[in-house]
Ligand binder design. Structure first.
Ligand code: AMP
Length: 186
């Protein structure tokens, strides 16, 4: 089962993807986590990505495609995957389609978590306190939401046109939301 998980920053994608991974037994690929690890390790990728991440902007499509190609080529991805944080714009969505077509492994379902903006700002403020993520400050959060509306929201329409998008209410108990996502895959 090959899944793309969509939704604004703070919609709970990371938490839900980690739970879906257990349910479905397929790897969870979070580009944000991969990038944060690259920054922490001081790799070339990390050095190139850091400024964009700190500003709440997108890392370049070329760097992201390199990262995602490398991940999706690995044997552990053969049973499927849950992609969290990629694609973030239409160019990435098209690049992913091409890559997966080449591999003969198209996306089965795109799940979009819907959450209202007020809720997001509250959740991210809480996460900033709990996890101390450097891109959860108010100004950067505002940038990340603007980037989401301008660049990432059209990705949902891309999958809607392909007939594989399901929108899932992202408000409620974590377990309830996870069950909704599982139902959307059934
Ligand atoms: P996330 O944890 O998914 O919110 O990602 C954190 C940050 O990493 C984002 O604000 C971007 O700067 C960068 N990032 C993650 N995924 C992508 C992507 N697919 N394209 C470009 N930048 C990304």
């Amino acid at each position: 089962m090959r899944i793309v998980l969509l939704g604004p920053p703070g919609s709970g994608k990371g938490t839900q993807a980690a739970m879906l991974k257990e349910r479905l037994g397929v790897p969870h690929i979070s580009t944000g986590e991969l990038l944060r690890a690259a920054v922490a390790d001081g790799t070339e990728l990390g050095k190139k990505a850091k400024a964009a991440m700190d500003a709440g902007q997108l890392v370049s499509d070329d760097l992201m495609l390199g990262l995602i190609e490398e991940k999706l080529g690995r044997p552990e991805v053969a049973p499927g995957f849950i992609l969290d944080g990629y694609p973030r714009n239409l160019a990435q969505a098209r690049a992913l389609d091409e890559l997966l077509d080449r591999l003969g492994q198209p996306i089965d379902r795109a799940l979009e978590l819907t959450v209202d903006e007020e809720q997001i700002v509250q959740r991210l403020a809480k996460r900033a306190e709990e996890e101390g993520r450097s891109d959860d400050t108010e100004e950067v959060v505002r940038n990340r939401l603007a980037v989401y509306h301008e660049q990432t929201a059209p990705v949902s329409s891309h999958y809607e046109e392909k007939g594989i998008l399901v929108r899932v209410d992202g408000i409620g108990e974590i377990e309830t939301i996870n069950q909704r996502l599982a139902d959307a895959l059934a």
